[in-house]
Design a protein. Structure first.
Length: 344
């Protein structure tokens, strides 16, 4: 009787395994055929590294995958990754929901993260610049309002720390893995000093096949032509003593818009970066809605510093330091040796 029961259990297990595998495959999200064609057309014609992909081969692989959803998803993900240098991707409706929850959690805790930044030396202001993640399920107006709220909270933190004793600033993007760069740049505007230009000081740029599109700073504004901008009449704080030296702390966790912040300070007089090389995603993305409600994060350009230098790869700090407290110590030591701190 025991052997018979064991045999039944074993047979039941064999029946359940294919069933479970089938359920897992059915749970794999894919774009509709129309959205898939739209996605491939966008990647093939606009993605930054589109020449790295054999698009005819991609379509042949998708056809050969038949109804295998796992294989189809793998082919699409690999095409998006290779043509974007690992920066772009397809986001399903389900993943958009998860991203929305993450955005609300991260952005909601930004003020607390700013307040928690260590302030070991009363002469140095330390800013922990956290990611700003777009909630793509929100309306454009709601998203724009959220961007301004992030920027104003960052400027308010600068104003709070700027008590007259601070002579230098640390901008820590070592844990900033990306998101939307404009709230970060607008928030850091009091510390940025772009190169002289009649249309607004240049603090960086996007380079594509169409040329160089500068990032410019203005009064309460950061702009880049049609590639993005953010403005607020409230974002006009100026330091008590300006310009002040700025040390940028970066590392392997610095990616995408975190790298944009590091680039914005690169080449600014009185600025120096410390830490480890960045993640190597210093390229520009834009979200493109697809026909089925899913989203393609499309990588279309390379980020540059104010002099137009940039290759989309890892950023190298001016001074390599071990990860951890020694990086912050090196940054503070350098700041205190600058004229603004020595003469104050």
């Amino acid at each position: 009787m025991l052997k018979y029961r064991d045999a039944r259990v074993a047979m039941l297990g064999m029946l359940l395994i294919p069933s479970a595998a089938g359920a897992a495959e059915a749970a794999v999200e894919l774009p509709t055929p129309e959205a898939r064609d739209q996605m491939l057309q966008l990647l093939e014609t606009q993605s930054l590294y589109r020449d790295r992909v054999d698009w005819s081969e991609v379509r042949m692989q998708l056809a050969a995958a038949g109804s295998d959803r796992v294989l189809q998803r793998r082919v699409l993900d690999e095409a998006a990754a290779r043509s974007s240098g690992g920066h772009g991707r397809w986001i399903s409706p389900g993943e958009q929901h998860q991203r929305s929850q993450r955005a609300q959690r991260l952005n909601g805790g930004q003020s607390a993260a700013l307040s928690a930044s260590r302030q070991d030396n009363p002469r140095i202001g330390i800013l922990q610049v956290s990611p700003f993640v777009e909630d793509l399920r929100k309306s454009e107006q709601e998203r724009y309002t959220a961007r301004k709220a992030y920027a104003l909270a960052l400027q308010q933190r600068i104003a709070t720390l700027d008590d007259g004793a601070r002579c230098g600033w640390v901008v820590d993007v070592s844990s900033n893995g990306g998101g939307n760069m404009w709230p970060m740049l607008l928030g850091l505007l009091p510390l940025l000093h772009g190169t002289t230009d009649p249309e607004g000081g240049v603090i960086g740029g996007f380079r594509s096949a169409g040329g160089l599109q500068p990032w410019r700073q203005g009064e309460g504004a950061v702009t880049a032509g049609g590639n993005g901008s953010l403005r607020s009449r409230q974002a006009t704080y100026t330091l008590r003593v300006s310009p002040a030296p700025v040390a940028v702390v970066m590392g392997a966790g610095t990616a995408s818009s975190g790298e944009a912040v590091a680039l914005a300070f690169r080449g600014q007089p009185g600025s120096r970066s410390f830490g480890q090389p960045s993640a190597g995603l210093s390229t520009g993305n834009r979200p493109v809605p697809l026909l089925d409600g899913s989203m393609l994060v499309l990588t279309g350009n390379v980020m540059t510093d104010r002099s137009g230098q940039g290759d989309g790869a890892k950023l190298q700090p001016d001074q390599i330091t071990p990860s951890g407290p020694s990086t912050l110590l090196a940054a503070e030591t350098w700041l205190l040796a600058q004229p603004a701190c020595k003469d104050g």
